[in-house]
Design a protein around this ligand. Sequence first.
Ligand SMILES: C[S@@+](CC[C@H](N)C(=O)[O-])C[C@H]1O[C@@H](n2cnc3c(N)ncnc32)[C@H](O)[C@@H]1O
Length: 142
Amino acid sequence: MFTGIGPFSISIAKEHIVKIYAIDINPDAYNYLKENIKLNKLKGTVIPLIGDVEEVLSGLNIKSDRIIMNLPGTAWSFLDIAIKSLKPGGVLHYYEFASEFQIPIDKIIETAYPRKVEVINRRKVKSKSPGIWHMGIDARIY
Ligand SMILES: C[S@@+](CC[C@H](N)C(=O)[O-])C[C@H]1O[C@@H](n2cnc3c(N)ncnc32)[C@H](O)[C@@H]1O
C-alpha cells in the first residue's frame, strides 16, 4: 500500500523471488515506479497498480502474506481493508505518527478483532515533532 516510487517494493524484489502488488494513487509516483521496475534487475515481480488502495484491493480480491503501510499520517483509516487483505498468519508493517507505541498497537488490535495480534517488532523510525515519532509496528495477524 502507498508504494510511492517503490522503495520498499523494488528493494524487496531485487533480493527475493516474490510477487508484489505495488499500489499508489499518484500518477507521477506510478510512472516512476514503472520506470524503477524496468531499470532495476529484479528477481521477483512487482505489479504496479494505480488508484486508491481501498478501491484497488476491493477489486483485486487477493490475500497477502505481508502488507506494508507507510503513510504515517492517515494509514489508520486503511487498517480495515489491510487486515481483510492479509492471510491468517500474515504480517502487517504499519507506520503511524504517535507519542507511544501502544497507540498504534491498540488500533491494530481493535481493527483486527476477533483475529489475534502478535506484535513482533516496534521501532521509532525518526522524530516528527517534539514528543511525536514516526513509528513502525510489525504485527502478525492470525
Ligand atoms: C509517505 S509516501 C510513502 C511512499 C513510499 N512507501 C516510501 O516509503 O517512500 C505515501 C504515498 O501514499 C500515496 N497515497 C496516499 N493516499 C493513498 C491512497 N488512498 N491510495 C493509494 N496511495 C495513496 C501517496 O501518493 C504517496 O506516494
